[in-house]
Ligand binder design. Sequence first.
Ligand SMILES: [Zn+2]
Length: 466
Amino acid sequence: MHPNAVLLRGGTVLDVDGERRADLRIGRDGRVAAVEPALEPEPGETVVECAGRLLVPGGVDVHTHLHLPVGAVRVSDDFLTGTVAAAIGGTTTIVDYVTAYRGQDPMDALATWRGWAEPACIDYGLHMTFTERVPERTIAACVEAGITSFKLYMAYPELLQVDDDVIDEIMRATRRHGAFVTLHCENGGAIEALRRRALAEGRTGILEHARTRPAELEAEAVARAAALAERAQTSVYVVHLSSAPALAEVRKARERGIDVIAETCPQYLYLDTSRLSDPDGESYVCTPPLRDPWHVEELWHGITTGAVQTVATDHCPFTVADRRAGLRDRTSGFADFTEIPGGLPGIETRMGLVWEGVTAGRITRADWVRLCAEAPARTFGLWPAKGNLRVGADADVVAWDPARDQSLDAEALHMAVDHSPYHGMTVTGWPDLVFARGELVARDGMYVGEPARGRYVSRAQPAAFR
Ligand SMILES: [Zn+2]
């Protein structure tokens, strides 16, 4: 697999140890062998000139949904197409969400996902989602299998939501096993009431999706999550934070010393609720919904002040046809906003979109690496193999060209989806070369690695527990 060692010469290395002119040697074992100025090529070594490039750790996307069945449809990317697109965009590790549905043995669900993930082209870990109370031995078995984070939903009562007593129980049990809980924070009961009222009053349009999931009900759930974590003396990770009031609750909790870790996603940093009124408004349905523009500004602020620690994607793409058909098996289209499959594509565009924050002067280059690689790797027990370029780390290395223009139109991207939430937008900054465990997997926007070369990563305890 590694016929040659590779010397990346003349670039600027940027990782947890700062930004400096240095050459980077990838060893035959697929790990970083040296990072030093002016390394001399060794016999048989492939030399790649990287002048003008930033050498950064491969992106770590800790929130993806590949292959996932949702109602009568399925997300349009499987583990093959999704990880190929990820690699092209500079992401070399993902952590995907397994869901154990009510009545299902979580270990069976895990086996299903492991099967789906076999074609993966980059390394992947898994989170486990519980939708009901589970015995502690199930948590122990998951941790044993390398799953050290567990998702719970505070919304979607009919399918996914668990009550606070279950959250409390699972927070305490996961803590005993050196693991922690990630939470979908929205007040599911209050949202149900709003949805029912909207339908009863004949308000069935796409915009109602956002109107029935107001920011206040996200904020309430974040506050509750923080209180539960405080009582259980544990950390809690808030997935896809989308609004200013919810961010304020994260800030308040952190000021009180509660370890609330917040993730946001590029869609909440670039898109706003006005898109739901577009002719293709159904293509912008995601949960939590897109918010008004002032929330977008606040989230950027949250990133720069450290209240938001990671940017992941919640990659969950559907074709236009599937969105228009709705979640039930019918040909006549969705009957109302509650039937639109929700979620956006993003696994390929995250690194480029967050880099736009650098170009725009909102964040530093170091912030970009921390948000997209270092912090997610540390938080989810992928460190020190992932998320940095220290000697001995996996040689997941992106040669990033800060001057490269990339269209975000669907036709210019590689995700298996026929629309792009960012169509018409061009970012400046995109990978030239992407190495994963020392193998060249993407070059100039093409996947050039072996198929199915990704490995399951058995995750260690998250940083907060070490
Ligand atoms: Zn998700």
